[in-house]
Design a binder for this molecule. Structure first.
Ligand SMILES: [Zn+2]
Length: 121
């Protein structure tokens, strides 16, 4: 691991431990337990963000294997505009038309074919 990731990784671990403490080992009579749990979870998300930014800032050769592998089609889309059902015909698929790209079904199909091609190499 590149040294510049050690600090953000340690902060993520600390934040995760704080969430575990706040969710599994909180005192039953602590009036601030819910606030601490919420705060700990926020700190975890922020620490995760910082670590991701750190990894994204690395040269590709320094990044963990598979880091830059294309994320699933649905990732990053907060609300899927796609409509079901999917058509098996990629030329006339209403979901593809709606997103003006490949819908998750057809992207998944293409990814699977590509993976099969790589496995056959
Ligand atoms: Zn489609």
């Amino acid at each position: 691991m590149p040294s510049r990731l050690i600090d953000p990784t340690d902060k993520l671990i600390q934040a995760a431990l704080r969430v575990i403490t706040a969710t599994h080992y909180q005192r039953a009579d602590d009036p601030h337990a819910a606030d601490e749990r919420d705060f700990a979870r926020e700190k975890l998300v922020l620490a995760a963000r910082d670590l991701v930014r750190g990894v994204n800032g690395l040269e590709p050769a320094e990044q963990p294997a598979q880091w830059s592998k294309r994320v699933p089609y649905s990732a990053g889309r907060t609300a899927s505009p796609e409509i079901a059902p999917y058509s098996e015909d990629g030329e006339d698929c209403p979901a593809c038309s709606e997103v003006q790209d490949k819908c998750r079904y057809h992207q998944g199909y293409d990814d699977a074919i590509a993976d099969l091609g790589k496995a056959a190499e």
